[in-house]
Design a protein around this ligand. Sequence first.
Ligand code: MSP
Length: 652
Amino acid sequence: MSDKCKKIYITTPIYYVNDVAHIGHAYTTIIADVLARYSRLVGYDTFFLTGTDEHGQKIEQSATAKGQSPKAYADKISGEFRKLWDEFDITYDKFIRTTDEEHKRGVQQAFMKMYDKGDIYKGEYEGYYCVSCETFFMEKQLIDGEGCPDCGRATQIVKEESYFFKLSKYQDKLLEWYKNNPECILPKSKRNEIVNFVEGGLKDLSISRTSFDWGVKLPEQMNDEKHVMYVWLDALMNYITALGYGNGEENMGYWPAKVQLVGKDILRFHAIYWPAFLMSLDLPLPDHIAAHGWWTRDGQKMSKSKGNVVNPKEVADAYGLDAFRYFMLREVPFGQDGDFSQKALIDRINSELGNDLGNLLNRIIGMSGKYSEFNVSSKDVLTYHQKEIVQVNEVLENIEKLIYDMQLNRYLEELWKLLFIANKSIGDYEPWAKIKDGKIDEANALVALVVNILAKVSVLLYPVMPHKIEKIATSLGFSINTDSYNKLIVNKELLNDTTISKIEPLFPRIEEQLLASPVLPAVEEKQECKKTVVKENEPQISEDGLIGIDAFMNVTLKVATVVEAEEVPKSSKLLKLQVDCGEEQNRQIIAGIKEYYSPTDLVGTQVCIVANLKPAKLMGMLSQGMVLAAKDENGLCLIRPSKPTTAGTQIK
Ligand code: MSP
């Protein structure tokens, strides 16, 4: 079988329906979606599973508290999860619910197989149960003789007849698996924790309950109606019942999973119980169980009672879904905990997405429009830019491994290295100077180099920011699919001749007043927005004509250096300037100053500009800003910094 026919199965945990989705759930699901989209792009036959975990005492209690039946309650919350993932354009292939009949049948079949194999026996359980974690503990594990060692809540003493799974029988086999598959648990640091735990000794696991009945019944053959299955046995089996285990097996070809994503709090269930169950069922074990860290707010666990829960939908609505996806992956190395900060999100949008990617794209579109009427040919790229292409190819060589190793922030950092090469090449080769010197081919080769780098970056960024990247690809005149992946990334070829087109700024700068939108509750927001609180719909000019500081702060003033200046033909007033304003080194401004300044007076000098003015056309030419000047009866003078200042410095 060729590698490209490889089947790839990606799973998220299934979410408890006792509460609505928060940022932690969105994080796991987004990572899984990125892996699935990437796998499809490469050409792998991919199956992506998510869903909801609906049985157990915790759900039963939540439903009772709301005066609903567990099923009605589960239907509602499960529907909300599914709706959110649909709104987030999560490309799951199946959404499983543990209340699905096929799932229940599959779990019963698995139970029977383990029983027939002699791995399940009946006994009596006496111990402590945490309903919130749906976990059994021994007395010696409890905090102060009562509290759950995982969540701190009070446990309850349980003494009841129970079926047990012979977990102890699999201790050595598990240790062997960890040893022979160093990457079975990712990040690798987490593997040691699991190995230590298992080496400490495994006790058989209670896998049924008699004290409540919201769960999967034992198989009929067991003739024991009192029992329902332990919710973790039921839940873990979803990963195979979703593929048809016990129900025709139609998709079992996807098993074993390539990556099973989990949060660090549920790693033990996935790295110990789950492989032991699979061994008992004679099924192969997954390639990677990948455990991510926890998102906190202001360093604290998120909880409703603290009122600090971040709602993923509100964040995505305020800042854009793709930017949110990018942020989650880039901000925190996989496996580590991360603190969610609105300010950090805005900083990344403005600098990495807006400047490094968005401005680069708009600059190069502008240049290609000017130099070659938007037609880009890669024919001279290797003649003039061998060095840059070698650097680009080196990065591409090692990038795929980072994805399945779950080094997702490193993956993005590598892509930003490519953007850096592109941005730097513009500064190094100054295409506008080449044009002036009549070296048109060289200027066009530079444009083509940057367009090619942007195309390659787009292909690899697509799984992370699919919607924005589609737009970039359209503007660069190509499509993102397995063919372009093979051509641009695997074979390291360049784009065919292409005609590119203008595009709206994809990541408009977010000014601080947006921080006042009610995305995040509590402390941090108040601190962040104290400088510029502009409430929506609040008039920015009062009746007496005064403005608040916030209205002034909406105007971005910057120092810029005039790089080129020329007269606008047939105009008595206008000069066409190209200015370097830091992040954008070639911005065009049409200024009405011809009567007072000649082009030679201006080149190399500095001016002050309004940098966030909506672009406008003057005599058919695009003007992206306004030069500040003062005019009195003696004439007009430009406002300039009193000493040389770095281009792009903000004026406050
Ligand atoms: N139902 C079980 C999983 C069964 S899988 C066979 C469960 N559900 S859960 O809804 O409580 O949690 C689902 C996932 O969300 C877990 O991976 C958990 O780590 C993750 N998160 C919950 N809160 C989180 C954060 N604050 N931050 C990051 N992820 C967290 O456990």
